[in-house]
Design a protein around this ligand. Structure first.
Ligand SMILES: *Cc1c(COP(=O)(O)O)cnc(C)c1O
Length: 349
């Protein structure tokens, strides 16, 4: 079989959630962000694992994703929708008991008119300039809106992965200015914000990438292993080239393994001639270009031809691979292709 295997360690996801939960005081709730199919790892399995670990609140990007979480978890857990209440979402928000995080005066009006009394939160823009109600708008609507009883006031940090960035303190200050005295539950921190310390935790934290083994949560347990089967090997003489565009030339006799996996599977083409694959503990360089379904690897120095080579695993995290590709671990995870055979590992019940 030429299908690569993506192994997802659900126990590691649960352990990462517990570890992030322990970083804040006991009275601070820890939610779980499961947008984009739980960062590419499979929403249903991941959401159930996190609910079992103790998560009671889940964040998604869109109402449709929220519907999938409700289907996976049933009634009970709160499901917050970061894009808020878009036109066309009303039925889903009501029927599946989703909690939109309202982002604008338009959304606030839509929600209060369409679903009076239905739970909502408000996302405030404290300086990221992406989503949320800004300061002047908030000053205008806060008195009315606070009476309507939002379940959460939240904002998002733009530079939390850089603890020394001055925008962190500026956003913290703006968030206090907008929410102090409201008496409502508040949330500012995603994974990076949790690591900035207790001043950033408020009542609820919202980790995403740290659950899935990514930076900036350095203490995370790795979650994914990606093993690519070797389809064929070829001896290459000095001076011969490998792959499209002749971008790699052997300077001595080489044994090249052609393995299943390419840019159509989320292995960026920018990894050409840069990535490392692993045979157990032995690193083997990717040589030549990444093509759509295949990559080529120099295995000259291995004692035998391996059945598979790993491109993600204990020796190479999503962030190490992302570095080689010139991107971030988030993008490696959410690009993981639909062609992989997915194996979920779960030791505990
Ligand atoms: C994606 C996202 C998160 C989770 O961020 P991580 O960096 O993955 O922990 C939290 N809050 C909002 C608003 C987001 O968009």
């Amino acid at each position: 079989m030429a299908t690569a295997t993506l192994t997802i360690d659900l126990d590691a996801i649960a352990a990462n959630w517990r570890a992030l939960d322990r970083l804040s005081r006991a009275e601070v709730q820890t939610a779980a962000v499961v947008k984009a199919d739980a960062y590419g790892l499979g929403l249903t399995r991941v959401a159930r694992t996190l609910a079992q670990a103790g998560a009671r609140r889940f964040f998604v990007a869109f109402a449709e994703e929220g519907a999938a979480v409700r289907q996976a978890l049933g009634p009970g857990p709160q499901i917050a929708v970061l894009s808020g209440h878009m036109s066309g979402d009303t039925g889903m928000i009501q029927d599946l008991d989703l909690t939109p995080m309202l982002n604008s005066l338009e959304q606030i009006t839509r929600h209060l008119e369409a679903l009076p009394g239905h739970p909502f939160g408000v996302q405030l823009d404290t300086g990221m300039n992406r989503l949320g109600v800004d300061m002047p708008e908030w000053e205008a609507v806060a008195p009315i809106l606070i009476d309507a009883g939002p379940e959460l006031l939240m904002s998002h940090l733009a530079c939390a992965d850089d603890p020394d960035h001055p925008l962190n303190a500026a956003q913290l200050k703006a968030f206090h200015a907008m929410t102090d005295g409201s008496g409502l539950p508040r949330s500012l921190a995603a994974t990076g914000g949790i690591l900035l310390g207790p001043r950033y935790h408020f009542d609820l934290t919202r980790p995403g990438v740290g659950l899935y083994g990514g930076l900036p949560f350095e203490a995370a347990q790795p979650v994914v292993t990606l093993s690519l089967p070797v389809i064929q090997t070829r001896e290459v003489a000095p001076g011969e080239t490998v792959g499209y565009g002749c971008s790699w030339t052997a300077d001595s006799p080489a044994l090249i393994a052609t393995v299943a996996g390419g840019y159509a599977d989320g292995l960026p083409r920018t990894l050409s001639n840069l990535a490392t694959l692993w045979d157990g503990d032995t690193p083997c360089p990717l040589v030549g270009r990444v093509s759509m379904d295949l990559i080529t690897v120099d295995i000259t120095f291995l004692a035998e031809v391996p059945r598979v080579l790993d491109i993600l695993g204990p020796h190479q995290t999503i962030d190490a691979l992302a570095d080689a590709a010139g991107t971030i671990g988030y993008e490696i995870l959410t690009s993981l292709g639909p062609r992989y055979l997915r194996r979920y590992q779960e030791r505990t019940q």
